[in-house]
Design a protein. Structure first.
Length: 255
């Protein structure tokens, strides 16, 4: 079971048979978005099932000799709509499957920004085809979250901040925070200012999703969270606090 399925509107998909039914539906209805011949001669394919505005399921696998899709793994996604980073970026392949992660050198964060690559076959095609330029010009990022809360804006009065600090009420004075979360290298605990709020409906389950544009440590990206999992009412000027799984769509510079 994928932990972040509920972030895109599948909070009731908890049992294995429910997940298998969902994957069968996704496999039959998803659109084929990319096919690439890899270095081993396999035909790798990626399909996507749209669930609503910029949210969906991505299925990755191979095509057999009869052009039938054989899924290997899947992940829920949320497509970012703004450039998050234009810093130097490297892509690395996972050891256990044909998935990829990116690493951006965002010096302002104090840590390397690691994200799960959404358009994996775009990168694989460029990596295998030496005639194609493989420089990443920018990355559009988003974070999937299964638990978060809305915080009120910070105090800007210096004396008020000092009194709150003495009371150890740190969340009322910390404007922005971006730090690694848990053992997964692409998950982070964040506090950021909400600049835009959009509601998206999952067309299969009818569950409502928040797509929040968040500014955190100078970076702009979207946070996708089920309305059931967010405490508080989001609005521009307020802050989001929670753990996110960072994803990114890499834009490649043309030759």
């Amino acid at each position: 079971m994928h932990k972040f399925l509920r972030a895109v509107g599948f909070s009731n998909c908890k049992r294995r048979h429910e997940m298998m039914e969902l994957l069968k539906k996704a496999e039959s209805e998803a659109k084929l978005v990319r096919i690439v011949h890899d270095e081993n001669g396999d035909v790798r394919a990626q399909k996507q099932l749209s669930l609503g505005r910029r949210i969906g399921l991505s299925l990755c696998g191979t095509m057999d000799e009869y052009d039938r899709f054989e899924p290997e793994f899947f992940f829920p996604y949320h497509q970012g709509n703004c450039i998050t980073s234009q810093a130097a970026c490297q892509i690395q392949r996972h050891a256990e499957k044909a998935a990829f992660s990116g690493i951006c050198d965002e010096h302002g964060l104090g840590v390397s920004l690691i994200f799960y690559l959404q358009n994996q076959l775009d990168y694989l095609e460029r990596e295998l085809n030496r005639n194609k330029y493989c420089h990443i010009s920018s990355v559009l990022m988003s974070g999937l979250s299964v638990e978060g809360k809305v915080l009120l804006p910070t105090y800007h009065d210096t004396e008020k901040k000092l009194s709150l600090l003495q009371c150890e009420d740190l969340y009322t004075i910390v404007e922005s925070c971006f730090m690694p979360y848990g053992v997964e290298c692409d998950q982070y605990s964040i506090i950021g200012e909400i600049t835009e709020v959009e509601e998206v409906e999952n067309v299969i389950t009818g569950e409502m999703i928040y797509s929040l544009t968040v500014k955190c440590n100078g970076l702009n990206f979207q946070v996708c969270i089920n309305q059931k999992d967010l405490i508080g009412l989001p609005a521009p000027g307020r802050r989001f606090k929670g753990a996110v799984w960072m994803q990114g769509y890499a834009a490649f510079q043309e030759d």
